[in-house]
Design a protein around this ligand. Sequence first.
Ligand code: ATR
Length: 530
Amino acid sequence: MGSLPFSVSDLQTSTSGARSSPTLLCTPLMGTTVDQMLIEMRKAKEIGSDVVEIRLDCLRNFNPRPDLEILIKRSPLPTLVTYRPIWEGGQYEGDETKRQDALRLAMELGADFIDVELEVAHDFNSSIYGKKPENFKVIVSSHNFHNTPSSEAIGNLVARIQATGADIVKIATTALDITDCARIFHIMVHSQIPTIGIVMGERGLISRLLSPKFGGYLTYGALEAGAISAPGQPTAKDLLDLYNFRLIRPDTTVYGIIGKPVGHSKSPLLFNAAFKSVGLNAVYVHYLVDDVKKFFDTYSSPDWAGCSCTIPHKEAALKCMDEIDPIAKKIGAINNIVRRPDGTLTAFNTDYIGAISAIEDGLRGLNGPNPASGSPLAGKLFVVLGAGGAGKSLAYGAAQKGARVVVANRTFERAKELADKVGGQAMTLAEVDNFHPEEGMVLANTTSVGMKPKIDEAPISKQSLKNYCLVFDAIYTPKETRLLREARETGAVIVYGTEMLIRQGFEQYKNFTGLPAPEELFRQLMEKHA
Ligand code: ATR
């Protein structure tokens, strides 16, 4: 299975291509009774869907004529009628003639679309030849629950579907890797007739979200998170509110967060709200990525303009970069990747910038505005607890600002290794309690001690905190750790981990867009959704 790189020319075809009307948002109705479906169709309209898919195979007792009459006539939205047999992933097990009769009846009763499976489409379409009402359309669908075939095989499939006399082609495949979506995008962009391309499964999410970018005729959005009609289906509400579905166009720039897992990330919420607030033609999606190199090789055109990067890819992604910010390189981890207009990738580590700038502002608040333009960290004794990824970020960041760095870690060897790299001193965590060479030191905790659920723990004693003028904790669950609470009680300025989180986001936004971040909006959203 080859995966084609997705190029600019693909996009140009889509912009100048035949399809210009916006992608429809269709909500499948999965109720088991007609009454339930009637409620669901009203909800779908309220949410903002364009079409409802009446899944006849979900109905427990289906009486074709009366039921279809009610469902089609009472629907507040255009209707797509589907009667999916078990052999194509649906629930209908009965007689094939009866099934097709029901679909023909739906057409006669005024359904806007029906969906018929490729397997039987040729005969079905012949049976309704010359009888199709005006504006009525037949979707001929093919579902593959195993994988996403090669571009050539998908091309052949589209040709077979077209040959049945389909008005609309629907191809649903299964994503084994996020790059499988590229082949479906390719087909949608180049297809001569309206095409619905869906890659099912978690790894296929972008095929659904970005359907409007690649000229998809329709995409499916569930009524509720639990009520999906196919694997990986987002809710209609998320499509509309979280991913700004209505604003996505062929020339929309795409950002996202790569990770595994990634679905929990709130970054799409922040970035999409920010883009919308300033009218930026951009979208930010969740990228569930297994193989970072393959991802960057496949989505390589300038429209894939950058991404945030989270666990477990912060180190692997380094190898795919053309340019790396010098401190990020030393830290050995990146979390922000920007694609330059020439296609090259530049990486940053905004975690350390977020943390260091929050600490600097804390110190400025303490000392009053510093008349000298330098960092308030210059010359300070800066104690970093922990020597993992976050420890490295803080140690390098502080050293760059001219602080004298001390690295304290449970495992001394790791402390020593990092301290040597930043030209600092090393000690064990236990030694920090008796370390007070001077007043006014800065403390930054990057160990996981005190993190939920062990919120009663603290990495060092309360007694030792009196030597610090400022204490920062990279932990943000809970927001106020025992360490921060005790530091506050001791009289130190405290800087929350949430501040690092939010500020690293500001930096990413600036790197992506070249614009200042809407800081107040970010803060409000973080507050609301944290
Ligand atoms: P991160 O990338 O978030 O910094 P990490 O690389 O796993 O995560 O590092 C975790 C840090 O927390 C390490 O410094 C670790 O100390 P060790 O190097 O000795 O493992 C520290 N840490 C984790 N649990 C700890 C505990 N119970 N007590 C003290 N330090 C702990």
